[in-house]
Design a protein around this ligand. Structure first.
Ligand code: MN
Length: 235
């Protein structure tokens, strides 16, 4: 225990685990960009797996928010979007992992919301600038409880959907991921020494769109879990 901090250190971010009193200490949050063809298309681009490689961005673990929260509409945006995603929770270390060996690294799965300031992302893209202000801000990584793989089995196909005020906005299947979970873990592990506590937001299907104060978001992935988020006017 360090006793010479100038001020109290921030608490370790954690996620609840379904069926357990233990919590999952979150280390890093990796996110995959453009990993469903229909979403790439709605963003005005396309992905050719034969010639392109996956790309990533990160969210700070301090920006993690548990499902069920009611949060303020964020500052400096007029186009705040939902992106529902399958999240993979890493439970074992791995570096340069072969695709066939990636299953062993998976602790479990969760439903995530990669909340996005879309107007700031468009500005960043136009200027060839980083996405941080668009993607990595307070409460921008919303997460359900993690369901252990021991309960779900390996997830390769599952209905994924997101409703706003009871109306379905996003609906797809995780089998439509361009780079599947094994490919993503293997690829990411070339660049990072993956560690227990790492989370991977695997990308969003099509149907992303804006939310406003007063909206209630509700998402689910069959066999994995559900996620809820309410947006309110900043007080
Ligand atoms: Mn996303």
């Amino acid at each position: 225990m360090v006793d010479n901090y100038l001020f109290p250190a921030r608490p370790q971010p954690t996620s609840a685990v379904v069926g357990s009193d233990s919590v999952f200490p979150v280390h890093r949050i990796f996110c995959v960009g453009r990993n469903y063809h229909a979403h790439a298309a709605e963003m005005g681009t396309s992905v050719d797996k034969a010639t392109m490689r996956p790309f990533y961005f990160n969210k700070h673990p301090a920006h993690l928010l548990a499902s069920g929260a009611s949060i303020d509409y964020p500052p400096q945006t007029a186009d705040y979007h939902h992106e529902v995603e399958l999240v993979v929770a890493i439970g074992k270390p791995g570096f340069e992992v072969a695709e066939a060996a990636t299953d062993d690294l998976i602790f479990g799965y969760a439903v995530g919301l990669d909340m996005t300031r879309r107007d700031l992302q468009a500005e960043a893209k136009k200027g060839g600038r980083p996405w941080d202000l668009a993607k990595d801000f307070e409460d921008a990584a919303v997460l359900s409880a993690i369901t252990p793989k021991s309960q779900t089995g390996l997830i390769t196909t599952a209905n994924i959907e997101l409703s706003v005020n009871g109306e379905i906005r996003q609906k797809s299947d995780v089998s439509k991921l361009i780079w599947n979970i094994a490919e993503i873990i293997a690829d990411l592990s070339k660049f990072y020494h993956l560690q227990p506590g790492d989370l991977i937001y695997t990308g969003t299907p099509d149907g992303v769109g804006p939310v406003v104060a007063g909206d209630r978001l509700s998402g689910k992935i069959d066999g994995v879990g559900t996620i809820e988020l309410s947006i309110k006017e900043p007080s």
